[in-house]
Design a protein around this ligand. Sequence first.
Ligand SMILES: [Zn+2]
Ligand SMILES: [Zn+2]
Length: 194
Amino acid sequence: MTNEQTLLDELHALIRYIYRKNIAEKIITAFAESLAAKDDPQERLSIIHHWLDFYQAHKYRKMMRRRRATFQERLTACSACGYPTSHRHHLWDIATHGENAVTVQLCPNCHELHHLLYNTLARDSDYSRKLVQHILFSGQIVPEAVQRIYGWLRAIIAYEIQNGWLESYKLSDLWIEEKLHWSEYLERSGTIPR
Ligand SMILES: [Zn+2]
Ligand SMILES: [Zn+2]
Protein backbone atom coordinates (compact mmCIF):
# COMPACT_ATOMS: atom_id res chain seq x y z
CA MET A 1 0.00 0.00 0.00
CA THR A 2 1.24 3.46 -0.86
CA ASN A 3 2.28 5.65 1.98
CA GLU A 4 0.18 8.79 2.35
CA GLN A 5 3.15 10.93 3.28
CA THR A 6 5.07 9.86 0.17
CA LEU A 7 2.17 10.94 -2.02
CA LEU A 8 1.85 14.21 -0.13
CA ASP A 9 5.56 14.92 -0.61
CA GLU A 10 5.15 14.29 -4.29
CA LEU A 11 2.14 16.60 -4.44
CA HIS A 12 3.98 19.37 -2.58
CA ALA A 13 6.97 19.09 -4.91
CA LEU A 14 4.65 19.43 -7.91
CA ILE A 15 2.95 22.50 -6.49
CA ARG A 16 6.31 24.09 -5.72
CA TYR A 17 7.45 23.38 -9.27
CA ILE A 18 4.41 25.03 -10.81
CA TYR A 19 3.89 28.07 -8.59
CA ARG A 20 6.06 30.79 -7.13
CA LYS A 21 7.06 30.22 -3.50
CA ASN A 22 4.39 32.30 -1.68
CA ILE A 23 1.51 30.98 -3.73
CA ALA A 24 2.76 27.41 -3.51
CA GLU A 25 2.92 27.56 0.31
CA LYS A 26 -0.61 29.00 0.46
CA ILE A 27 -1.97 26.20 -1.70
CA ILE A 28 -0.15 23.59 0.36
CA THR A 29 -1.50 25.01 3.64
CA ALA A 30 -5.06 25.24 2.31
CA PHE A 31 -4.80 21.67 1.07
CA ALA A 32 -3.51 20.40 4.43
CA GLU A 33 -6.44 22.12 6.19
CA SER A 34 -9.07 20.62 3.93
CA LEU A 35 -7.45 17.20 4.20
CA ALA A 36 -7.38 17.42 8.01
CA ALA A 37 -11.20 17.44 7.96
CA LYS A 38 -11.27 13.93 6.44
CA ASP A 39 -10.85 10.86 8.68
CA ASP A 40 -11.34 8.00 6.26
CA PRO A 41 -7.88 6.90 5.01
CA GLN A 42 -9.31 5.70 1.68
CA GLU A 43 -11.03 9.02 1.09
CA ARG A 44 -7.83 10.91 2.00
CA LEU A 45 -5.85 8.85 -0.50
CA SER A 46 -8.33 9.34 -3.28
CA ILE A 47 -8.34 13.11 -2.70
CA ILE A 48 -4.54 13.18 -2.85
CA HIS A 49 -4.56 11.10 -6.03
CA HIS A 50 -7.07 13.41 -7.62
CA TRP A 51 -4.88 16.46 -7.01
CA LEU A 52 -1.72 14.63 -8.02
CA ASP A 53 -3.30 13.94 -11.41
CA PHE A 54 -4.48 17.50 -11.67
CA TYR A 55 -1.08 19.08 -10.94
CA GLN A 56 0.73 16.44 -13.02
CA ALA A 57 -1.25 17.60 -16.07
CA HIS A 58 -0.56 21.21 -15.08
CA LYS A 59 3.18 20.54 -14.89
CA TYR A 60 3.13 18.84 -18.27
CA ARG A 61 1.43 21.82 -19.91
CA LYS A 62 3.93 24.18 -18.30
CA MET A 63 6.88 22.10 -19.51
CA MET A 64 5.53 21.97 -23.05
CA ARG A 65 5.08 25.72 -23.32
CA ARG A 66 7.59 27.28 -25.67
CA ARG A 67 9.43 30.15 -24.04
CA ARG A 68 9.40 33.30 -26.14
CA ALA A 69 12.84 34.25 -27.44
CA THR A 70 14.40 37.25 -25.73
CA PHE A 71 15.43 40.27 -27.79
CA GLN A 72 19.05 39.53 -26.91
CA GLU A 73 18.63 36.05 -28.38
CA ARG A 74 17.21 37.53 -31.59
CA LEU A 75 20.27 39.77 -31.83
CA THR A 76 22.61 36.78 -31.69
CA ALA A 77 24.25 35.95 -35.01
CA CYS A 78 23.36 32.70 -36.74
CA SER A 79 25.64 29.98 -35.37
CA ALA A 80 25.89 28.37 -38.80
CA CYS A 81 26.38 31.23 -41.28
CA GLY A 82 26.85 34.38 -39.20
CA TYR A 83 23.73 36.26 -40.35
CA PRO A 84 23.22 39.01 -37.72
CA THR A 85 19.86 37.89 -36.29
CA SER A 86 18.60 34.46 -35.39
CA HIS A 87 15.87 32.26 -33.96
CA ARG A 88 16.19 29.73 -31.18
CA HIS A 89 16.12 26.23 -32.60
CA HIS A 90 15.49 23.36 -30.20
CA LEU A 91 17.85 20.50 -30.96
CA TRP A 92 15.81 18.55 -28.43
CA ASP A 93 12.34 19.10 -29.81
CA ILE A 94 9.70 20.57 -27.53
CA ALA A 95 7.10 17.89 -28.21
CA THR A 96 9.40 15.25 -26.71
CA HIS A 97 11.47 17.15 -24.16
CA GLY A 98 9.44 20.25 -23.35
CA GLU A 99 11.09 23.67 -23.20
CA ASN A 100 14.80 22.99 -22.71
CA ALA A 101 18.23 24.54 -22.97
CA VAL A 102 19.52 22.34 -25.78
CA THR A 103 19.12 25.03 -28.40
CA VAL A 104 21.13 26.69 -31.12
CA GLN A 105 20.65 30.15 -32.62
CA LEU A 106 19.94 29.94 -36.36
CA CYS A 107 18.87 32.48 -38.99
CA PRO A 108 15.58 31.63 -40.78
CA ASN A 109 17.34 30.00 -43.75
CA CYS A 110 19.72 27.84 -41.75
CA HIS A 111 16.87 27.03 -39.40
CA GLU A 112 14.75 25.78 -42.24
CA LEU A 113 17.62 23.82 -43.71
CA HIS A 114 18.18 22.09 -40.37
CA HIS A 115 14.52 21.04 -40.19
CA LEU A 116 14.51 19.92 -43.83
CA LEU A 117 17.64 17.84 -43.31
CA TYR A 118 16.18 16.31 -40.16
CA ASN A 119 12.90 15.45 -41.90
CA THR A 120 14.82 13.98 -44.82
CA LEU A 121 17.00 11.65 -42.75
CA ALA A 122 14.90 10.93 -39.67
CA ARG A 123 11.39 11.01 -41.11
CA ASP A 124 12.24 9.99 -44.67
CA SER A 125 10.23 12.90 -46.06
CA ASP A 126 10.41 13.02 -49.84
CA TYR A 127 9.16 16.59 -49.89
CA SER A 128 12.03 17.69 -47.61
CA ARG A 129 14.56 15.63 -49.53
CA LYS A 130 13.75 17.42 -52.79
CA LEU A 131 14.06 20.83 -51.16
CA VAL A 132 17.35 19.81 -49.52
CA GLN A 133 18.75 18.69 -52.86
CA HIS A 134 17.69 21.98 -54.41
CA ILE A 135 19.32 23.99 -51.61
CA LEU A 136 22.55 21.98 -51.34
CA PHE A 137 23.23 21.91 -55.05
CA SER A 138 22.26 25.54 -55.67
CA GLY A 139 25.81 26.55 -54.87
CA GLN A 140 24.37 29.49 -52.90
CA ILE A 141 25.04 28.22 -49.39
CA VAL A 142 28.42 28.59 -47.74
CA PRO A 143 29.74 25.01 -47.34
CA GLU A 144 30.97 25.77 -43.81
CA ALA A 145 27.42 26.68 -42.77
CA VAL A 146 26.08 23.43 -44.23
CA GLN A 147 28.82 21.49 -42.44
CA ARG A 148 27.91 23.03 -39.09
CA ILE A 149 24.22 22.31 -39.51
CA TYR A 150 25.07 18.78 -40.64
CA GLY A 151 27.21 18.31 -37.52
CA TRP A 152 24.32 19.25 -35.15
CA LEU A 153 21.99 17.11 -37.17
CA ARG A 154 24.22 14.03 -36.86
CA ALA A 155 24.59 14.60 -33.12
CA ILE A 156 20.87 14.85 -32.57
CA ILE A 157 20.03 11.84 -34.74
CA ALA A 158 22.74 9.81 -32.98
CA TYR A 159 21.20 10.78 -29.64
CA GLU A 160 17.74 9.71 -30.78
CA ILE A 161 19.08 6.41 -32.11
CA GLN A 162 20.84 5.79 -28.80
CA ASN A 163 17.53 6.23 -27.01
CA GLY A 164 15.80 3.83 -29.35
CA TRP A 165 13.57 6.49 -30.91
CA LEU A 166 15.03 6.11 -34.39
CA GLU A 167 16.28 3.15 -36.39
CA SER A 168 20.08 3.07 -36.49
CA TYR A 169 20.27 2.88 -40.30
CA LYS A 170 19.15 6.51 -40.40
CA LEU A 171 22.71 7.54 -39.72
CA SER A 172 24.38 4.98 -41.98
CA ASP A 173 26.61 6.16 -44.83
CA LEU A 174 24.36 4.35 -47.27
CA TRP A 175 21.25 6.18 -46.08
CA ILE A 176 22.97 9.57 -46.07
CA GLU A 177 24.32 8.96 -49.57
CA GLU A 178 20.93 7.93 -50.85
CA LYS A 179 19.04 10.82 -49.28
CA LEU A 180 21.55 13.68 -49.50
CA HIS A 181 24.07 12.62 -52.17
CA TRP A 182 26.47 13.79 -49.51
CA SER A 183 29.82 12.83 -51.04
CA GLU A 184 28.81 14.41 -54.32
CA TYR A 185 27.89 17.55 -52.43
CA LEU A 186 31.23 17.60 -50.62
CA GLU A 187 33.06 17.15 -53.88
CA ARG A 188 31.14 19.86 -55.70
CA SER A 189 31.35 22.33 -52.86
CA GLY A 190 35.11 21.85 -52.70
CA THR A 191 35.04 20.30 -49.25
CA ILE A 192 37.30 17.29 -48.82
CA PRO A 193 35.27 14.14 -48.10
CA ARG A 194 36.04 12.61 -44.72
ZN1 LIG B 1 22.31 31.14 -40.99
ZN1 LIG C 1 13.66 24.62 -35.06
